[in-house]
Design a protein around this ligand. Structure first.
Ligand SMILES: [Zn+2]
Length: 281
């Protein structure tokens, strides 16, 4: 072969080589979806942009985090739809002892539970029930008064037995003054007063009339003494603080009820009301 023949041969090899390279690049780009960014990444070996995201998802799924989170969200969204809270509210309203029954009909006989006379807004007394002051309760009060005098506390029972007619007069006076809703919180309707049993004693201190039938009595020396010692003589604080829904009446630091020493001690020790005591009997 001569020199002139060699040159075209080399030229064609170069042209065919260039075409092959171009075709190869074209096919390679086609196979990589013409995505230049991804293709360049693949070409340079820089694959850190995509794999971590996939790895993270895989890790999360393996740990079971993603799926439970979605389920929790669903549960939370469903909760408010359940009717349970409404049912509980209805039950509490039914137990509210501050509310009188819709039809108030006085009974023929008083309510006695395990030998203990019970008078509240759910358990009224016959209108003609008028036993007067209970003698046993009076003796117990006298003994308590004698004991308190040793501490220079002069106790007096400024209100004890009240018959139906007297309670009617009192209650109607309170309604005229404060309205029925307010009067119902501190005064019983006729036939519903514990004072009609002859077992209830409103206790105060002689010479301190400003604290009679007032919340302030509970803060006086006499009021504290009675609260701490009445049970030893058979009396209980009948309407304790925070028990209005059970007893039916707001707290009365002066109103005591005679139940006998044994029952009084148990009610005092357990910090319960007469209603709770009779319910667990
Ligand atoms: Zn009273």
């Amino acid at each position: 072969m001569n020199k002139k023949d060699k040159k075209p041969y080399i030229k064609w090899i170069l042209i065919i080589g260039a075409l092959l390279i171009t075709a190869s690049i074209t096919v390679w780009l086609y196979l990589h979806d013409w995505n230049m960014e991804r293709s360049l990444d693949a070409l340079t070996g820089d694959s850190t942009q995509q794999q971590p995201a996939e790895e993270q998802i895989a890790d999360v799924q393996e740990e079971g985090i993603v799926i439970p989170e979605e389920k929790e969200d669903e549960v939370e969204e469903d909760l408010p739809v359940t009717p349970e809270p409404e049912e509980e509210v209805v039950e509490e309203e039914a137990k509210d002892a501050t509310v009188y029954p819709e039809s108030i009909e006085l009974p023929e006989e008083p309510t006695v539970v395990n030998g203990i006379l019970l008078a509240n807004k759910q358990n009224p007394l016959p209108s003609d029930y008028a036993p007067g002051v209970n003698p046993e309760a009076q003796s117990a009060f006298d003994a308590m008064r004698a004991e308190a005098l040793k501490s220079n506390i002069d106790l007096t029972a400024f209100s004890t037995f009240r018959d139906f007619a007297r309670q009617k007069q009192l209650y109607e006076g309170y309604v005229a003054k404060d309205g029925q809703e307010k009067a119902d919180r501190y005064s019983a309707r006729p036939g519903f007063s514990e004072h009609q049993t002859g077992l209830a004693f409103d206790i105060g201190e002689s010479g301190a009339e400003q604290h009679w039938a007032a919340a302030s009595f509970g803060d006086t020396e006499a009021g504290k003494w009675v609260a701490e010692n009445a049970h030893r003589f058979g009396f209980i604080l009948r309407y304790p603080e925070g028990k209005e829904q059970l007893t039916g009446y707001m707290h009365e630091s002066w109103h005591f009820r005679y139940v006998g020493k044994e029952v009084a001690k148990e009610i005092y020790d357990e910090k319960i009301t007469l209603e709770e005591y009779l319910e667990q009997e």
